[in-house]
Design a protein around this ligand. Structure first.
Ligand code: ZN
Length: 322
């Protein structure tokens, strides 16, 4: 956890951030997210959202007693989500296969517990992108992607400084993938089989080799396959979105006994192969792919600090529209 050490200045607003992930929920409060959090807590996601959200509201209420009233909240959640403020189900998690969470009203309990407070809301990966952009590995950039490869694969990012939204939100983990020679795996995605997530998420790797990625030996052929698929997918995204940098987070990048550094080295090599020398830019010429494909600086805190950044933006937006 990044800790905000300086004593809180009473004049600065207090922000609350909630990162809702498939396995854990992380909450934090901060008056200066660039420095860290005043307090942070984790809950297991489980399959009873209403009980869990009651605990979350209680924790934030305790923080208000300890510090000050919350000025704004930010929520960065796994999806799919309804992000359309005009929709009657705005703030809901929609069609997730996760037990108990489909059509769950995520924002409702927070709005009722903290009325009149602006609440920023976006995907976990857009949140993490915002966090890395404001406080981490993509500081100073207006065009970049954040990709997580873990329980699932998701991507978010900014284009000209604005978070990527549209029809719904990007679903980069579900792009179609070519088949590598000799690969007969049918894939693990319930919707598409062998999309990127169906080939390279933690559960996909576990299903293919019958063991979790963390336990695989460094010389296991699965690493070669996974990093080649990663390079292909990242090459596709680079061609489509033209990010100035890609921050790659999630648990799979730690790559067990292979190690994070080697995982990045191989994935960058595969990405270079996928790009075929076609994409040229001064930044790439100067720093190569080492400066283009990077691990998150905030590590596992990217999501919750992204949620705090969403709270900052929600408060700024509310002030503008007043
Ligand atoms: Zn899929």
């Amino acid at each position: 956890m990044r800790v905000e050490r300086a004593s809180r200045d009473a004049a600065t607003p207090l922000y609350g951030g909630l990162e809702a992930g498939g396995t854990k929920l992380v909450c934090a409060v901060s008056s200066n997210p660039a420095r860290g959090a005043l307090a942070q807590v984790r809950f297991s996601t489980g399959d009873d959202p209403s009980a869990l959200l009651a605990q979350v509201c209680e924790w934030f209420t305790e923080q208000e007693r300890a510090w000050a009233p919350l000025a704004a909240l930010g929520v960065a959640s796994f999806g799919p989500l309804d992000l359309d403020p005009r929709s009657p189900t705005y703030g809901f998690i929609t069609t997730t296969p996760k037990r108990g969470w489909a059509q769950c009203d995520l924002l409702g309990p927070l709005r009722r517990a903290f009325p009149r407070r602006p609440i920023g809301f976006d995907t976990d990966v857009n949140g993490a992108a915002l966090g890395e952009g404001r406080f981490g590995a993509a500081r100073g950039l207006e065009d970049f992607l954040y990709i997580t490869v873990g329980t699932g694969i998701g991507g978010g990012g900014l284009a000209r400084g604005a978070l990527l939204h549209g029809l719904v939100h990007p679903e980069m983990g579900h792009i179609a993938m070519p088949r590598l020679d000799g690969d007969t795996f049918e894939g693990a995605c319930p919707f598409h089989g062998r999309c990127w997530e169906g080939l390279c998420s933690g559960p996909a790797i576990a299903r293919r080799v019958g063991a979790s990625a963390e336990t695989l030996a460094a010389d296991h052929p699965e690493w070669e396959r996974v990093t080649r698929y990663m390079g292909v997918a990242l090459g596709t995204l680079t061609c489509v979105v033209s990010p100035r940098r890609i921050v790659l987070g999630g648990s799979v990048r730690r790559a067990g006994q292979l190690g994070e550094a080697e995982f990045f080295r191989r994935t960058r090599a595969a990405l270079a192969g996928a790009l075929g020398g076609y994409i040229d830019s001064p930044a790439l010429r100067e720093r190569g792919l080492d400066g283009f494909l990077v691990p998150p600086e905030l590590g596992d805190d990217a999501g919750v600090f992204g949620a705090l950044a969403l709270a900052q933006d929600a408060l700024a937006e509310a002030a503008r529209s007043r």
